[in-house]
Ligand binder design. Structure first.
Ligand SMILES: [Zn+2]
Length: 599
């Protein structure tokens, strides 16, 4: 009755009964597709209708015709797969963006000579942007240098240029190599100490070799000229181009500085933001000693930049904080925190005898009492903690602090993310479910590669290196597994990552020693990896009620694929191409096959 009154009040000629019976008219209807919904049952539908950026209907192509009027765009999918847009729950977009524009070593396994030649070429290439007189080099695959066990120092860079600073960043982001002018600019001498959680490598005479690890990198970050605001915005724009093409419709920047948030905010204001952008400002171990100050810092950024609840149009969200629990368990870093010691060679090079040493890695970056206090402050401020935890010791520290926080704040609904979890102790597997902690896994690491075999396997031992990347065990123990590419640690290829998540195997064309599976732990199912990169990551980012699946009432973040990844041979998933990306009902990318217009 209220409805009748309302319509009469507007003076329309429509009679109430017609208004009630007529289904709403869709802006766009996709029919004849393989719509993989990622709803609770992983249902498959044929059609989806969209109105005002939201999903009006999901079901059969025949039923969908009810929503079609002469003004509706009808797109015949010809059987193509359509699924929810990808949600990347952990990446470093602007670091990736800078790699798209700065001098890059392209993650290649290089010899010393090749390393040197490539940097020399960048130095004279006018197309490679410099920061004042500094040359910054990215994507150095330090672990894959040839021959095996090659360790570099500043002399290789000094031979290229000993007047102007050169800094080479490893692709893992946990180490950097500096030449002498860069060491001088960062005021690093024999007596300089790193803050906790890092190391300045010294030679036998006590002089810095040019290699910095983990938090010691802060010394060079502080010294090197920053990108200009324009350079940052340009890098953010380059990032979005790449994400659209991969089908990424939401992401978490897992270590956001204010300038990063600002760059994406500029694009948001220009109407150029084509993915839902979430940011986790970094709380360093040093800052974290003062919980209140740290919380105020994140809250301040949230107040300035967060745009509130998720809408059809992509916005900026600042509702996470990032903390590093450790470094990486891969050699030569071995900066991950373990529950049991790394192994050391007690024999000779010819006759190795690997035995447990005395080191379980660095001292905790955040001791449990410090972390617990910090987490409680963050949770009370409505901020979800996002913790890098690579070794099983670091994972345990994070879980212990989450447990303390749950007990202290039993009514708080917080969603702690534990990123990477390359090793998890058996006893800690069920704790993820019990504590509502979300493992944010980077599936592509679960394969044989220079960082999981060789020195790394020697230092971890066979059992632990076979148990790396325990997504399967975590899922079995009831954890809700989310996904984060960690780009640009690896080149961005979300589809290859999903493939490795299923196969635990490298690409068929890699060097022979990397072709076998990694250990005998099963991989995840196709349904599980697809859920991880959609619904579960949406859950991590608190947008699972509005995105992450193709369901009526949700926002239309959708992608169309060139192949059906639920049925093709598993080794072809990595070659998937996205044909169209839609965010909030708006087409932000099309390869040309499907070109719906935005109403
Ligand atoms: Zn990361």
């Amino acid at each position: 009755m209220r409805h009748v009154f309302f319509i009469a009040g507007l003076g329309t000629l429509l009679c109430a009964s017609t208004a009630n019976a007529m289904p709403p008219v869709a802006d766009t209807v996709f029919t004849n597709g393989f719509i993989y919904t990622v709803d609770a049952k992983n249902s498959v539908a044929q059609a989806v209708a969209i109105k005002n950026g939201k999903i009006l209907y999901v079901g059969s192509s025949a039923e969908a015709t009810r929503y079609i009027s002469p003004h509706t765009q009808k797109i015949d999918l010809h059987g193509n797969m359509l699924m929810p847009g990808l949600v990347d729950g952990h990446m470093h977009p602007l670091r990736g963006g800078e790699r798209l524009v700065l001098c890059s070593l392209q993650y290649l396994p290089l010899t010393k000579q090749e390393f040197s030649d490539r940097i020399k070429a960048c130095l004279v290439d006018p197309a490679v942007p410099k920061r004042k007189n500094w040359l910054l080099v990215t994507s150095w695959f330090q672990e894959a240098m040839r021959p095996k066990d090659t360790i570099l120092d500043k002399t290789i860079l000094d031979k290229i240029d000993n007047k102007n600073p050169i800094v080479v960043y490893s692709s893992f982001g946990h180490s950097a190599l500096l030449n002498t002018p860069a060491l001088e600019a960062a005021h690093i001498t024999a007596s300089t100490k790193s803050e906790p959680g890092g190391e300045i490598i010294h030679d036998a005479k006590g002089q810095p070799t040019g290699l910095l690890e983990d938090t010691a990198l802060n010394l060079i970050f502080a010294a090197q000229p920053a990108a200009s605001d324009e350079q940052k915005v340009a890098a953010a724009r380059a990032v979005l181009t790449v994400l659209r093409k991969q089908g990424v419709t939401s992401f978490l920047d897992a270590r956001a500085a204010e300038v990063d948030i600002k760059a994406f905010s500029v694009l948001q204001q220009n109407g150029e933001l084509t993915a839902r952008a979430h940011f986790a400002p970094l709380i360093t171990p040093e800052m974290g000693q003062d919980a209140k100050k740290s919380v105020d810092y994140v809250k301040g950024l949230s107040t300035r930049y967060d745009q509130g609840s998720i809408t059809q149009q992509p916005t900026i969200t600042v509702r996470h904080a990032k903390m590093y629990m450790d470094g990486v368990i891969s050699a030569p870093g071995l900066t991950g925190i373990l529950t049991l010691p790394y192994r050391i060679n007690k024999g000779t090079v010819e006759h190795p005898d690997w035995q447990p040493g005395s080191s379980t890695g660095p001292a905790p970056y955040f001791p449990v009492p410090v972390l617990s206090k910090l987490l409680q402050g963050l949770v009370q401020a409505g901020i979800d903690p996002h913790m890098h935890a690579d070794g099983d010791g670091a994972v345990r520290i994070a879980l212990d602090a989450v447990e303390v926080t749950r007990k202290a704040l039993p009514k708080s609904d917080f969603r702690p993310g534990l990123a990477h979890d390359e090793l998890v102790a058996q006893a800690d597997l069920p704790r993820f479910r019990q504590l509502g902690a979300i493992p944010v896994m980077s599936f592509q690491w679960g394969k044989r590669a220079p960082d999981t075999t060789g020195q790394t396997a020697d230092a971890l031992g066979e059992d632990r290196s076979n148990a790396m990347e325990p997504a399967y065990q975590l899922e079995k123990a009831g954890a809700r597994i989310a996904y984060g590419s960690d780009w640009p640690v690896d080149p961005l290829n979300e589809w290859f990552a999903l493939q490795v998540g299923i196969t635990r195997q490298n690409a068929p064309d890699v060097e022979p020693q990397y072709r076998a599976r990694l250990g005998d732990m099963p991989g995840l199912s196709r349904a599980s990896v697809l859920r991880a990169i959609t619904m579960n990551s949406a859950y991590e980012l608190r947008q699972d009620s509005v995105t992450g699946s193709v369901e009526q009432g949700k926002i239309a973040d959708l992608i169309i694929l060139d192949r059906n990844i639920t049925t093709i041979p598993v080794n072809e998933i990595g070659k998937t191409t996205v044909l169209m990306t839609m965010v909030g009902g708006k087409v932000v990318y099309s390869s040309g096959e499907f070109v719906p217009k935005t109403p």
